[in-house]
Structure formats: structure tokens, C-alpha cells
Write a protein that binds this ligand. Structure first.
Ligand code: 5RP
Length: 219
């Protein structure tokens, strides 16, 4: 059922793509539906001159396999299309379940529009269900984890430090009772932390699958 909702969200979101646009290309299984649909439009020539900024090596591979041109340094991205692990009524997000939060946040921050595609299970009145991903440098990382725990979390290295991000870093998954921007700032102040998976005030539209239809939420 959630697969159907992910697909429905992606199929609605893709209607906003026009030839010549610069697009942020997210990471994850929902974005995969979007990328496959975009790839077909590009291959058939219905959409031309797209430039994509991929948020992970995996997304770059998929985009290139369809002949979509990708770059990693560009101004004025028209729309960033991405998924999320959790979203609240104000469009705030937890992201990083796929380990791509650093590039995802940079691309979202540099996009004129941020369109988030989700299935209905991702909704939460208050962000706290999904363990908050934090990317950290692989140096003094056990100490970095302890400092995050001092803020009130229970933390674990993703896959016991076997998961390495595209940037060569570890991901720490952190269980807090609450998440807000104050917490985001406190975690970012800890030396060794690269980025935190709280995306506050950055979403412009949410495409939420609902069975085989899609609800569009303007933020
Ligand atoms: C990757 C992400 C993804 O957008 C998030 O994990 C959602 O993925 P999916 O669409 O597979 O549920 O933040 O870092």
C-alpha cells in the first residue's frame, strides 16, 4: 500500500517539471519513482534540457543511466524533488534515513522550491518518531556520540559504523523525545558534527500519497 502511495506522490509531483529546468534530485525509494518517470520523459524527448543536481551517488547513477545531465555546483535550482522520513503539519522534516542528509540539505537550501514526496505513514503531529540521523566525521566519533547523548538522546552508529556516507562519514541515529530547531542548533555546535537531519522551514509543497491518489499540501 505504501508503494502505491509513494508512486502516486511522485506521479503528481512530476507534473511540475518543464523542459530547461534545473532540478534537485533526492534520494530514496519514493524519489526512485520520480527518477524513473523523469527518465522516461527525457528518453522519449517529451522533456528536454534538464540539468539535475543529485543528492547521492546512487541518484547520480540512476539519472545518468537515463541520459539526464548531472552537475554538483550550480545556481538557482528551480525545484528540488525529494522524500522524507517524517513530516509535520508545517512541512518540517526529518531526513537522512538513506544517509544522504548532507547533500540533501545543501540542495534543498539552494532551491527556489522544495517539493517533498511522501506516503501517508510519514506524517507526525510532532517530529520525534524517526530516529534523528546525524552525520559525523570519523575522528573522535565516540566522543561526538557521547556529546549528542548529553543532550538527552540514546544514540547508535548506523550499522555499527559499517555504514559510510557518500562524504566518507559515519551516521549516528539519535532517539530524542522531541526535535526542534533549538535542538538542531545545539547538535550542530558539537565539533565533529557535519549535519543534522532536521529540515526546518525549507519545504514549499508536500505531495502526500493517499491510496492511489495524492494530496498536495502548500506550505
Ligand atoms: C535519504 C532520505 C530519504 O528521502 C528518506 O529516507 C525517505 O526515503 P524513502 O522515500 O525510501 O522512504 O532522507 O537520506
Amino acid at each position: 500500500m505504501f508503494e502505491e502511495e509513494k508512486r502516486a506522490a511522485a506521479m503528481e509531483a512530476i507534473k511540475h517539471v518543464k523542459s530547461g529546468m534545473k532540478l534537485g534530485l533526492g534520494t530514496g525509494s519514493t524519489t526512485r519513482y520520480f527518477l524513473d518517470a523523469l527518465g522516461e520523459l527525457v528518453k522519449s524527448g517529451k522533456i528536454t534540457d534538464i540539468i539535475g543536481v543529485p543528492t547521492s551517488k546512487k541518484t547520480e547513477e540512476i539519472a545518468n543511466s537515463y541520459g539526464i545531465k548531472t552537475v554538483n555546483n550550480i545556481n538557482n535550482i528551480d525545484i528540488d524533488f525529494d522524500g522524507a522520513d517524517e513530516f509535520d503539519p508545517d512541512g518540517n522534516l526529518i531526513k537522512g534515513g538513506g544517509g544522504a542528509l548532507v547533500r540533501e540539505k545543501i540542495v534543498a537550501y539552494n532551491s527556489k522550491n522544495v517539493f517533498i514526496m511522501v506516503d501517508s505513514s510519514k506524517f507526525s503531529e510532532k517530529l520525534h518518531k524517526f530516529p534523528l540521523p546525524v552525520e559525523v566525521i570519523p575522528f573522535m566519533e565516540d566522543q561526538t556520540l557521547s556529546h549528542i547523548e548529553e543532550l538527552g538522546a540514546k544514540c547508535t552508529f548506523r550499522d555499527n559504523k559499517k555504514f559510510i556516507s557518500d562524504n566518507g562519514n559515519y551516521i549516528i541515529d539519535c532517539r530524542f523525545d522531541y526535535t526542534d530547531t533549538g535542538l538542531e542548533q545545539k547538535i550542530k555546535m558539537i565539533p565533529g558534527v557535519v549535519e543534522v537531519g532536521i529540515f526546518h522551514n525549507i519545504t514549499t509543497k508536500i505531495f502526500k500519497g493517499n491510496g492511489n491518489t495524492c494530496e498536495i499540501i502548500d506550505i
